[in-house]
Design a protein around this ligand. Sequence first.
Ligand code: ZN
Length: 459
Amino acid sequence: MKTAIDNSCKNNEENHILNDEAYFSRINAGLARFLDASPDAFHATENMKNLLEDNGFTRLLEGRKWDLSSGGSYYVTRNDSALIAFRLPEGKPAGFQIIASHCDSPMLKIKPNAEITVENTYVKLNVEKYGGMILSPWMDRPLSVSGRITVNTADGVETRLVNIDRDLLVIPNLAIHMDRTLNDGYKFNPQVDMLPLFSDMGGAGKFMETVAEAAGVSESDILDTDLFLYDRTKAARVGLNGEFILSGRLDDLQCAYASLMGLIDSTPGANAAVHCVFDNEEVGSGTKQGAASTFLRDVLRRINLLTGGDEEDWLCSVQNSFMVSADNAQAVHPNHTDKADPVNRPYLNQGIVIKYSASQKYTTDAVSGGVFRKICRKAGVPWQTYTNRSDMPGGSTLGNISATQVALNTVDVGLPQFAMHSACETAGILDTAYLAKAAEVLFSCSVSGEGDGDYRLNF
Ligand code: ZN
């Protein structure tokens, strides 16, 4: 672990945090708790709400008038699966410092009327893919069900979180004896291969009853559901010295958690500090709670209006703002080193990854990359650079999508990891704290651009 720390400082002049072991333990313990308690976007949002309320943030509702105080801390959710939290400076904010991440992950979603009986012997559940997932890791391991349901009440419809908190389901592989080609690159059919086994015939007709019981409601009161499968494996430390973390949903709860910790630990400068976590990044962001929606713009405009800004103040504040789009990045894989760019090669535990793409799938340019490098330098944390190999298309993220709603100067970053979109992903235990510290510095400083190509950073 010490070696990784020392290597990681190579591009870092002001090394403030690397010897602060208490800080790393706090962030890593908190991240593991957050991952384990957040099997889906609804639970991740609920857990962020609880952390914010524990730290003095006041809840706002989009459908009610807001009353904002100078220096106040607030949060608002949309669809119970996207969240924006902000701290206001003393006095009118000149702009916004934003970190945007996402809280959804590729999973199997349970379809309506889920039970399917097999040869009057077994009950399995009907599911479909949510996002670009790797399917094979979901097999032969304990799974369960979480998400939300809506229930019928005397005066309307009420939402409840649900988590069947026990080992409940399995998606069994076919035996190698029944298909000798299984190790030669199997093409999964999600409608055939991925349906989880729920019970023997004793469980027929009981799936919704089980959901109702876990939610503490009666089955007849359930109106509708958004339910997903999740892997029961808890976050674990692996590596000789525990230098790696293995968990589901590191993409992108690792960035969301680091951003949240940065906000909680920050003291705003002249700008408002904004922690923004979208839903539905894994399916293209095109929902009311996704990065393509008006959620972020609506909240920023409202802050401008309620702190005394007019339409021109709004236009100025957009130029005086800076956004970090934080979504995990591909590290050089130990068994597939040829998949990475020849020069820009991120490794676990060696710092925040700044992502570049000539096609602007990543928003980073010389200005936003320069501003972010300066923030890392101030925070005393290392960074690395990532580009796709020029012969590989790579993935997409939320920065350039969010820019279609509110066109802010943005940098795309992430934390290095392996096995992105697997049921269980691997990342480094130093990197979360690096991003949390950079987030704290970003949220505490003032970055102003004024639209002339130069940026002033006031730490
Ligand atoms: Zn992601």
